[in-house]
Design a protein around this ligand. Structure first.
Ligand SMILES: Nc1ncnc2c1ncn2[C@@H]1O[C@H](COP(=O)(O)OP(=O)(O)OP(=O)(O)O)[C@@H](O)[C@H]1O
Ligand SMILES: [Mg+2]
Length: 393
């Protein structure tokens, strides 16, 4: 079929032709946004799931939903390098400037701009010219204690929005990259919003394991935040994700073909897009049989190896690669650390640094004490396909 109009979209954050199986998450997001718009208290949300399950796509959808209401979406993506403060300053400034341009009361907006200016000075974020003359007035968001200052700054932003009968939704992707202090400050700030009935909430997404979520932060986050899991799609939803785009072009898939795709992708959205994409380019008749799915599989795997999987490998040191190859060798989805150590012929404590580095990079996580799992689905299969080349890669 014509590759120019191929609707499938294997890519980071690129919206699929058919967003299936996420009705529950979208329905509760809609309630959250509408409540925020009306000034009711809401509980913040963190979506967690493996690489390529569709978290970023969902955040994009939530952002679009918010943009149609009086809730202002502030969309940011955490990275390993930048602090939360550095990420927030520019979008907060933009939001406040927008509120400032609107008619009506401005007292709260001015106060928030001042808090932002103080905050920039206190956390030493590079901001260039602030672009607005404000008389300095100390005492808000400049104590030097991040958790306190961030809470105060965000509260002034929420009050500024409230003054204009608006709300603010912080949309934060890759939240697993936030350090403990940043995560703590953010969760405390959202707690304050709920307590003071201020119209701001967090809608975030990240890997199943948030390294910053430890000790105290963990215990109150579990009470304050609604964690929702984003997983692989069911056989029925996987079939729908592939069938609907073909149906638009009047092409059908046999049940066997749909089942074959589900078996190969295990329902992971990124892989569904990858198979759908190659299948579209390869076929020219309806219906599509399982043989056609088998026929495109080597090409799909080759593409996946070159993109989705290889970028992960490139971020690892040789010692870390040895670790993940040994991990893939252990049968079962959640290998024990002791078995990995045994395969590498070293003791468990010497594995510690590599294990932590891989967790920090978001490659693996620990689903339960003493076990590990890949945060990239089907990564074990990829490593086993490439075991022979491991010393040359
Ligand atoms: N519900 C869905 N149905 C079908 N395809 C989907 C669905 N959700 C996402 N996809 C597709 O899956 C791919 C991955 O989506 P996305 O980038 O949002 O995943 P992610 O969870 O953010 O991954 P990462 O953790 O690597 O950032 C995209 O190609 C997208 O089009
Ligand atoms: Mg993403």
């Amino acid at each position: 079929m014509d590759p120019i109009i191929n609707p499938f979209s294997p890519g980071a954050g690129s919206p699929p032709p058919e967003l299936v199986g996420r009705e529950d998450i979208l329905t509760s997001a809609n309630v959250l946004i509408k409540r925020l718009e009306r000034g009711f208290p809401v509980q913040s949300v963190i979506l967690t799931g493996l690489r390529g399950v569709g978290k970023t796509v969902l955040l994009g959808e939530v952002r679009r939903m918010a943009a149609q209401t009086k809730v202002i979406p502030i969309h940011i993506e955490a990275t390993e390098e930048r602090s939360l403060s550095a990420l927030l300053v520019a979008p907060l400034k933009k939001t406040l400037f927008e509120l400032d341009r609107q008619r009506g009361a401005k007292e709260k907006v001015k106060r928030s701009l001042m808090a932002l200016r103080n905050f920039i000075g206190t956390v030493k974020v590079e901001m260039g010219d602030f672009g607005l003359e404000i008389e300095p007035q100390h005492g808000i968001a400049d104590s030097g204690d991040l958790a306190f200052d961030l809470g105060e700054l965000l509260a002034t932003v929420a009050e500024a929005a409230q003054e204009k009968q608006q709300g603010v939704l912080l949309i934060l992707d890759e939240i697993q990259y936030l350090g403990e202090k940043d995560l703590d400050a953010l969760i405390m700030a959202m707690h304050r919003m709920q307590q003071d009935s201020l119209p701001m909430a967090l809608f975030a997404a990240g890997l199943p394991f948030l390294p910053g979520l430890t000790g105290n932060v963990k215990s109150y986050a579990e009470r304050l935040i609604h964690f929702q899991t984003v997983g692989a799609l069911s056989a029925e939803d996987s079939a729908k994700a592939i069938r609907e785009p073909f149906a638009e072009a009047k092409v059908e898939l046999t049940d066997e073909a749909a089942a074959c795709i589900h078996a190969k992708t295990q329902g992971y959205p990124y892989f569904l897009q990858a198979w759908g994409y190659q299948l579209w380019n390869a076929v020219d008749a309806s219906p599509i049989f399982a043989e056609a799915v088998e026929a495109v599989t080597p090409k799909v795997l080759q593409r996946l190896d070159e993109s989705f999987f290889r970028v992960r490998m490139e971020r690892m040191t040789n010692a870390e690669k040895e670790f993940v190859f040994a991990m893939a060798e252990v049968p079962g989805p959640t290998p024990k650390v002791s078995e990995i150590a045994a395969r590498l012929h070293i003791n468990m404590s010497s594995l510690g640094p590599r294990r932590s580095a891989l967790i920090k990079k978001g490659m693996i996580y620990s689903p339960s004490h003493g076990t590990l799992a890949f945060s990239v689905p089907l990564f074990g299969d990829y490593l086993n396909r490439h075991r022979a080349q491991r010393l040359t890669s």
